[in-house]
Design a protein around this ligand. Sequence first.
Ligand code: IVH
Length: 728
Amino acid sequence: MPEDGLLAQQRAEELKKLLQQAAYEYYVLDAPTLPDAVYDQLYRELQDLETQHPELVTPDSPTQRVGAQPAARFTSVRHNIPLYSLENAFNLDDLATWQERWQRVAAQAGKAEIGEFAYVCELKIDGNALALTYENGVLVRGATRGDGITGEEITQNVRTIRSIPLRLNLDNPPAIVEVRGEAFLGLEVFKQINQEREQAGEALFANPRNATAGTLRQLDSRVVAKRQLDFFAYTLHIEGGAETGEQTEVQQRQIEQLQHLADADGSTASEPAVPPIEPHLFNPNSTLQSPSSQWEALELLQKMGFKVNPNRMLCPSLAEVGDYYNRWATERAHLPYMTDGVVVKLNAVALQTQLGFTQKFPRWAIALKYPAEEAPTLVERISVNVGRTGAVTPLAELHPVQLAGTTVSRATLHNADRVAELDIRVGDTVIVRKAGEIIPEVLRVLTELRPPNTQPFQMPSCCPECNQPLVREPDEAVIRCVNTSCPAILRKSIEHWASRDALDIRGLGEKWVEQFVERGLLASIADIYHLSVEQLQTVDRMGKKSAQNLVEAIAQSKTQPWARVLYGLGIRHVGSVNAQVLTARFATAADLAAAEVGTIESVYGIGAEIAQSVYQWFRVPANLTLIERLQSAGVQLAGEAPKMPVTEQPFAGKTFVITGTLPTLKRDEAKALIQQAGGKVTGSVSAKTDYVVVGEESGSKLAKAEELGIAQLSEAQLLELLPDSLRP
Ligand code: IVH
């Protein structure tokens, strides 16, 4: 390697270490020491080095956390060690029974007395289990639990989780380290995601666990990177270090497992089909010992750079376990994530090994669950609500009941299928549940308590507001009103237009909108801009001052930027984030209206469904009329052509050549992005070219670039080099 290459390598290593430490302090310890600006500068420096020397990009580089090209599908992986689930207990009596049982098993199996033992209590995080594999200290694989034997390989997605180290903080790591833990979404982030989905007219996630599962299974890891998943580690397996005997722990466990299965079906166990550990996966210098207790394992995990839940406790007996369980029954309400119980584990690994596993569970651990936040109540009425997108949602109106600290008087019934499945009727007693911070739902109907003469509920076939027939798309569970002049849709569209994140028109709330629509003052969003003080004063209880203020607020809204306007239009799947993404690329409504669906889809972060929805919206004549009317009213339908301040133009002074077909960007889109970041794009490669962006089937230009030794970039690398504002 030439000298500058060596220097670059040293510097890159140094930067990676610094950035890794800074991220650890920020995301794991929650105690940052490095100012954000310094972090950004060092990060940019590393990115630059990696661009100049692409061979320096390693899987553990902090630049690898932003996600990569979408995967077509996930591949299945067999877990080296099965991911067991836990047996459930629901009260302290269950726990005492469990203790008696494991002590009996230990007494039968053990050669010696059980002697002293202790339990480790951990919070049971309500997320999704992940198995992480580190080879020689570097994260090489992340997989979901799946059925416990086979999961899905989601390494790209796992890399975006900031609290998962890409490299273990160990000087001499053992060849293989397997870490298990729980991926989860904090309640704040979960709320935000659902708000975004609601704004975009998408179905809400029922709870943080479902949202986590949905996020982990996203094929586009760039979307995952935006979702801020988090992770608590709780299990550690070490392989291939010096202390490992001839038979690895993995093999040992599998033999036990096979033995167990063989015992069950009466045959004899054969040799396990486990390949021996490859030579490069054996580090005889590693002196790290497998921990001999769960408590030590948790401490070691923390030392290695993982986030370990701080609310753990070592308990000498069931009495202390009970105290812990009771304490967290109330305190968990203040945690920023969901917990559904306590996991009680025997601390000593020797005792764990002695007890082993049943077909499904470890005998040495149990989940002590908290009662779900559910309560019975009466259905007083069943109503249907027409949303902004025309979706008709059935709702159960309930006799008010206390649930998780709030009074609940309505619960969603989701859709017609769910109503049919529940067979819910007025007069029924139902169980309602509140999971996390969301709208409560009806879990089940207690049909045994049903009074006589109740009638099954029929979903209406016509819109309750405008009486037009409702439509159900073949592959949708939702029934919709498709009447573009339905007053319910109109009211909700106007409320959305006036809402805080859209045009932010103070004083144009639900009550007034209802009256204005009823009196025929508003028949379209565009009519808002023709309301006069005199007209408004004709409405009940609207004084002159309020009317003047409202007209003023409406006039003020004309200065709101194009991104808010696009969001305000209420196009399905276009929440405020997507609106910003789209307006960063399409400087005017006319540009967006003229764009082909493929062009919209090629925008970084915009998927096929969103692109279709936007494209279709601009094909509806009434929508085009609305745009025209808004335009003549003076609403902002254009933004600044996106341009970066000179100081933030990372490509300033750099010359690019694009060659071949890029995987997602069209040639002129890539060109526009480079130009917005301050770069120049030319047609032919010369000694003055700084970078060649290389796609499929690139011919002579690539050969020339190679001849001149010019740095090459893939589309993904190009996107990564762009500042965040250009790369949403
Ligand atoms: S230990 C063999 N510890 O709960 C050990 N699991 O209901 C099995 N979970 O599948 C797991 N927090 O996804 C363990 N502190 C914790 C946990 C935990 C949450 C999940 C895990 C497991 C499920 C079982």
